[in-house]
Structure formats: structure tokens, C-alpha cells
Ligand binder design. Structure first.
Ligand SMILES: Nc1ncnc2c1ncn2[C@@H]1O[C@H](COP(=O)(O)OP(=O)(O)O)[C@@H](O)[C@H]1O
Ligand SMILES: [Mg+2]
Length: 206
């Protein structure tokens, strides 16, 4: 087995096994943490992300963990495509809007099942032809709270504003409209109202 390191993040190493076309997300040890606590955290986060990916992949496009490796690793199919953060701005506005509708629809499907992604940025989305794959559920959790869903959407808005500011307002509108179409008017209006108060609170904090 030949493994190639394709990304070294703060929390995990991303390894690629080209012979099996697999990604292995390997949670690394942190020397500043007590060894027992460190092992517990890595194990818990690996387990939680595996569960969420498995659950989410029944609802939207995302890699399904393939088998149990060791307790700190998640093996999953390599999604061959374009990282959205590096590509969204290159497309025509129509195509960007189409992509954002797809994103809104996927988030609504996750939220319907009370799955909070926790890190909705375009770096955690891969475009394969016309499909968007969501990856990195490392900060995800299960919650039916309006607040948690509002924060999830707020983070995406923030990411669009930071990286795709040219069409930020149009793209946010497309995303949220499609979100509403899938989740339903009543529930989504409550969440949108909450986004406003989340943003007010965050403005005061800075
Ligand atoms: N299943 C996958 N298929 C293709 N690329 C992946 C996959 N999983 C991770 N990657 C690549 O590795 C990067 C980091 O993975 P990610 O799960 O987002 O870890 P981190 O928690 O460090 O952000 C992603 O942005 C993507 O480029
Ligand atoms: Mg990531």
C-alpha cells in the first residue's frame, strides 16, 4: 500500500491510497494535550465524523466511510473533482447560481434530518460535474435546534462573503431560496429570523 500525503491540517492528515482510490483521514496526536485525553478526543471525533458521514451520505452527495480502519482513521472514497473554494468564481453567474441552489438544497436535506455540518465553507465542497459533494463533518453534530441550523447557514453566508464577495448577495439569496423550497416555508422562516439575531450578536462581539 502506497500512501501519499495530500493535506496536512491542524487536526488531521489526509492520505491518498492510489491503488484503492481511497482517502484516509487520519486524526493526529497533539503534543500539548495530555496523552490519555488526546487519545479520547481523537477517538471520539473520528467516531462522530464516521457516523455523520455515513448518515449524510444516505441523504446527499458525500463520501461514505468504506470500512473500519483503526480508531483514529476514516477511510473513504476519493472524490475526484474541483474544490469549490478555488473554482466557484471562475464560472458564469448563472452556473454559480445553479451551484448555490444545489448547496441550499443539500443543506436543507441535512437540516431536515437534524444534521448540522458545522463547517460549511466552499473548501469543504467538491464539484463533480454538476453535483456538489460535501466533505469534512469533523465539526458536525446532531441537533434539532433552530439556533444550530441558523449558525450553520450563517457560517456559509460568511464564507461566501469572504471568498466569493463579487456575487455574494445574489449567491446567498439563491442558496437560501432553495433551502426554503426544500425545508418548507414555516421552518425556514424561523431559521432565517434567527440568522438575523445571530448576526446582530456577532457584530456586537467584534
Ligand atoms: N473524500 C475526499 N475526496 C477528495 N478529497 C478529499 C476527501 N477528503 C478530504 N479531501 C481533501 O483534503 C482536504 C482536507 O480534508 P478535510 O476533511 O476538510 O479536513 P480538515 O478537517 O483538515 O479541513 C479537503 O479540503 C480536500 O481537498
Ligand atoms: Mg476541511
Amino acid at each position: 500500500m502506497k500512501l501519499k500525503l495530500i493535506q496536512q491540517g491542524a487536526e488531521a492528515k489526509i492520505l491518498f491510497d492510489s491503488s484503492k482510490n481511497l482517502i484516509i483521514k487520519d486524526r493526529i496526536s497533539k503534543s500539548y494535550r495530555h496523552p490519555i485525553l488526546d487519545a479520547q478526543i481523537r477517538k471520539r471525533r473520528t467516531k462522530s465524523e464516521t457516523k455523520l458521514l455515513t448518515k449524510a451520505s444516505k441523504i446527499i452527495n458525500c463520501p461514505t466511510p468504506t470500512h473500519k480502519a483503526n480508531i483514529y482513521q476514516i477511510p473513504m472514497p476519493f472524490i475526484k473533482g474541483k474544490k469549490l473554494s478555488e473554482n466557484l468564481n471562475k464560472f458564469s453567474l448563472e452556473k454559480q447560481k445553479e451551484i448555490c441552489r444545489e448547496i441550499g438544497s443539500s443543506i436543507a436535506k441535512l437540516h431536515k434530518e437534524n444534521i448540522i455540518h458545522g463547517d460549511l465553507t466552499t473548501s469543504n465542497m467538491i464539484l463533480v460535474k454538476d453535483k456538489i459533494y460535501f466533505i469534512d463533518f469533523g465539526l458536525g453534530f446532531i441537533s434539532r435546534k433552530i439556533e444550530d441550523k441558523a449558525v450553520d447557514l450563517h457560517l456559509l453566508k460568511h464564507a461566501l462573503e469572504a471568498k466569493h464577495f463579487q456575487n455574494y448577495e445574489i449567491l446567498t439569496k439563491e442558496t437560501l431560496n432553495q433551502y426554503k423550497n426544500i425545508l418548507g416555508e414555516k421552518e425556514s422562516e424561523k431559521i432565517f429570523e434567527r440568522i438575523k439575531s445571530v448576526e446582530k450578536r456577532r457584530r456586537y462581539r467584534h
